[in-house]
Structures are given as structure tokens and as C-alpha cells.
Design a protein around this ligand. Structure first.
Ligand SMILES: Nc1ncnc2c1ncn2[C@@H]1O[C@H](COP(=O)(O)OP(=O)(O)O)[C@@H](O)[C@H]1O
Ligand SMILES: [Mg+2]
Length: 364
């Protein structure tokens, strides 16, 4: 090839490199040995909020860098990449012109001689990926917390029932036997009182065990569990509770039954605590491809936006989380003076398992 051909090729290569520099989505910044920016592409303008004119020769790299992220620190200048010849991949936080901060994936390479080099730093905005990762992590933690709480409730409920419950029952039997002996009146009266107290304690232990986790939920399913919860609820709060079931008659996955039972429990407790109502209606409808539950009270209602904005209300948050982990939703409609309806929807497959959820990631 002639020298003219070589020159033409060199020109072509340089114009390709220039167009790559100008059009890539990663920010590329050239920094001198003192740390002053001496080159930047349009993506660097978009990333930092500074124009190329504002960057070149005027900005020290530290002005756009908040530090490197390590496993223990969000941003640190310890072991700064600047002092290392080449770092193929690290995370750092960028500080923009208008003061925003966000994470970037970065790499840096020295160009030129050992004594006279400049540094090429390539930056890629990772805020969207980090947000998605944090959301995934949050969901996973919520899932584990809910699962651990449910397991613990099951265990404590069983221990109460089989441990203290059985012991109290044995005491009751013993007291009955004693009562049949020839005893004087004062002792009999005392025995009667002790019997009454023990019977009450047994009742309380049984109620606590059921409240923690009704065995009916595992043994008989959601419908009998809600039915007996409603009965106890009516007795406790004096609120008439109607329960209607329609659609497919089948057991659905244990996780779905547990979530619906807990949501129902929370919604009914809220109605008892805040709605000032004398009637609650619970409807459960399994249409095959989804199961829906409505819990309606006819009480005073509340401003859902205000409550959500206040950020209080772990109960409402928990309901939404439980449904969302199973690919479902909770919609709360509340009209002041008219009442509140909590509407839960969980999409199911034909085996009654939740959709949009990795089946390995949940257990009943
Ligand atoms: N059925 C309801 N009727 C009236 N107000 C309600 C009802 N459900 C919830 N609220 C309001 O929403 C708030 C948040 O409820 P929730 O998330 O369950 O938290 P908590 O029960 O711990 O207060 C309650 O404090 C109450 O003001
Ligand atoms: Mg509540």
C-alpha cells in the first residue's frame, strides 16, 4: 500500500474513533496527572450536567466524584483509583453540577509514559440497575421475614396448644378427681375457684394459639379458617360478620391461603379498631384464574392518600406486600362516612398456585 493509502486508512480510523467517542452512551473523561479534566465526550456532559467547555481545563475530577464504593463504604477516597495504573472495574458515586448523586460503574486506564500520563475514565450510570437490585433485595427480605414470622407463629401456636394447653388440661382433670373426694365445704369452694381459674387459663391459651395461627388454616383450608375467625371476631367485638364464598371450591396453595387469611384478619381488625361499624362483609371468589377477596365495612372510612403519605400504617403496607409477593394486588377504597373496602386479587394457575412467582421461592 502507498503512503497515500496509509494516510487515508489512518484518517478513516481516526474518524471512526472520533464518532465512537462522540456517540457512545458511556461517559468518557480524560484527566491529566493533576486530576484536571482535559477531555470529555457528550455522554460525560449528560452524566455530570456540565458542558464540555465547563469541564475541560476547569474542573478537577474530584468535583464530580464523591468517592469509590466498597463492600463496607458507600463512598470513600481510600485506595483511590487515581493512584493505580489501571482499574478494570469499580463502582463510584458521581456528583452532578446541580448536586445530585448517583452510582456509576467505572473503569480507568493510564495513557502515555510512566512520568507523563493522562487517565481515561469511563463511567456508566447504574442508578436504574441499583434501584432494581435494591427492590429485588427488599422483596426477598420481606419474603423471608414474612415466612420466618409465619413459621415462628406456627411453632409458638403448636407449643402453646400441646405444651401449656395439655398441662392445664391435666391440672383440670386432677382437680376434677380431687373434687370427687370427701372434703369439707371450705376446701371444696377453694377447689371450685381454682378449677374456674384453670379453665379460664386453658381457654385463653387455646385462643392465643388459634390467634397466632389457626390449625384449621393448614388442616381444613382458608374458608373454614375465615369462618371460625369471623365467629370469634363477632363474639369479641359484637360486629355482625357476613361471609360469602363463590366460584371454584378447591384448596389453593398454602402461601395464598395464609396471605389471604392474614389480610382478612388485618382488614377486619382495622374495621373493629377504626371504622366504628356494626357490620362487616367478607366475600371470597375463586374464578379459576384468580382468587379475589373483598372485606367491606360500613363505617366511618378514611383518607387513604393521607394515611399513605403519613407513612404510618404497617398493617396496610403489610397487606400490599403479602399480595405483591404472590404477584397480586390490594386495592383499598374508602369513602369518609360510607366505609372501607379492601379488595385483594391474586392470579392463580389451574393448580391454585400463584402466577408470576418462582415456585421455588415460596413455601407455605
Ligand atoms: N377500615 C378502616 N376504617 C377507618 N380507618 C381505617 C381503616 N383501616 C385503616 N384505617 C386507618 O388507616 C390507618 C393505618 O392502618 P394500618 O396500616 O392497619 O395501621 P395500624 O392499624 O397499625 O394503625 C389507621 O391508623 C386508621 O387511621
Ligand atoms: Mg392495622
Amino acid at each position: 500500500m502507498t503512503w497515500l493509502g496509509n494516510l487515508e486508512r489512518a484518517n478513516q480510523t481516526s474518524s471512526i474513533l472520533e464518532s465512537i467517542f462522540n456517540s457512545v452512551t458511556d461517559a468518557i473523561m480524560l484527566v491529566d496527572q493533576q486530576g484536571v479534566v482535559i477531555g470529555a465526550n457528550p455522554a460525560a456532559e449528560r452524566l455530570t450536567g456540565y458542558t464540555v467547555e465547563e469541564l475541560i481545563g476547569k474542573i478537577h475530577f474530584c468535583e464530580v466524584c464523591r468517592g469509590m464504593a466498597t463492600t463496607t463504604e458507600e463512598a470513600t477516597c481510600h485506595n483511590c483509583f487515581f493512584h493505580i495504573p489501571s482499574v478494570s472495574s469499580f463502582q463510584m458515586a458521581v456528583k452532578t453540577k446541580d448536586g445530585r448523586e448517583f452510582p456509576v460503574a467505572a473503569s480507568s486506564t493510564r495513557l502515555g509514559a510512566e512520568s507523563d500520563y493522562s487517565l481515561v475514565v469511563i463511567l456508566r450510570d447504574m442508578s436504574e440497575q441499583q434501584r432494581a437490585e435494591q427492590e429485588r433485595f427488599r422483596r426477598m427480605m420481606t419474603h423471608y421475614v414474612i415466612q420466618a414470622q409465619e413459621e415462628e407463629r406456627k411453632r409458638v401456636s403448636r407449643d402453646l396448644h400441646d405444651g401449656i394447653g395439655q398441662a392445664l388440661y391435666s391440672i383440670l382433670v386432677g382437680l376434677k378427681v380431687l373434687n370427687q373426694l370427701e372434703l369439707d365445704e371450705a376446701v371444696k369452694n377453694h377447689l371450685h375457684d381454682v378449677h374456674q381459674m384453670t379453665a379460664r387459663a386453658l381457654e385463653e391459651v387455646k385462643n392465643m394459639a388459634v390467634e397466632l395461627r389457626p390449625s384449621a388454616l393448614d388442616d381444613l383450608g382458608l374458608v373454614p379458617a375465615i369462618r371460625s375467625y369471623s365467629k370469634r371476631f363477632e363474639q369479641t367485638f359484637g360486629i355482625v360478620t357476613q361471609f360469602e364464598v363463590s366460584g371454584h371450591k378447591r384448596r389453593v396453595a398454602s402461601v395464598v391461603e395464609t396471605a389471604l387469611y392474614r389480610i382478612c384478619q388485618e382488614a377486619m381488625t382495622n374495621a373493629a379498631k377504626y371504622a366504628d361499624t356494626d357490620k362487616i362483609q367478607v366475600r371470597l371468589h375463586d374464578s379459576g384464574d384468580k382468587i379475589e377477596m373483598f372485606i367491606a365495612d360500613y363505617g366511618r372510612g378514611f383518607n387513604t392518600e393521607q394515611v399513605q403519605a403519613r407513612g404510618t400504617g404497617l398493617g396496610l403496607y403489610g397487606m400490599k406486600e403479602r399480595a405483591s409477593l404472590l404477584g397480586g394486588t390490594v386495592d383499598i377504597q374508602s369513602v369518609p362516612g360510607k366505609g372501607t373496602t379492601v379488595h385483594v386479587t391474586i392470579p392463580l394457575n389451574d393448580k391454585g398456585e400463584p402466577l408470576n412467582v418462582d415456585p421455588g421461592s415460596y413455601r407455605g
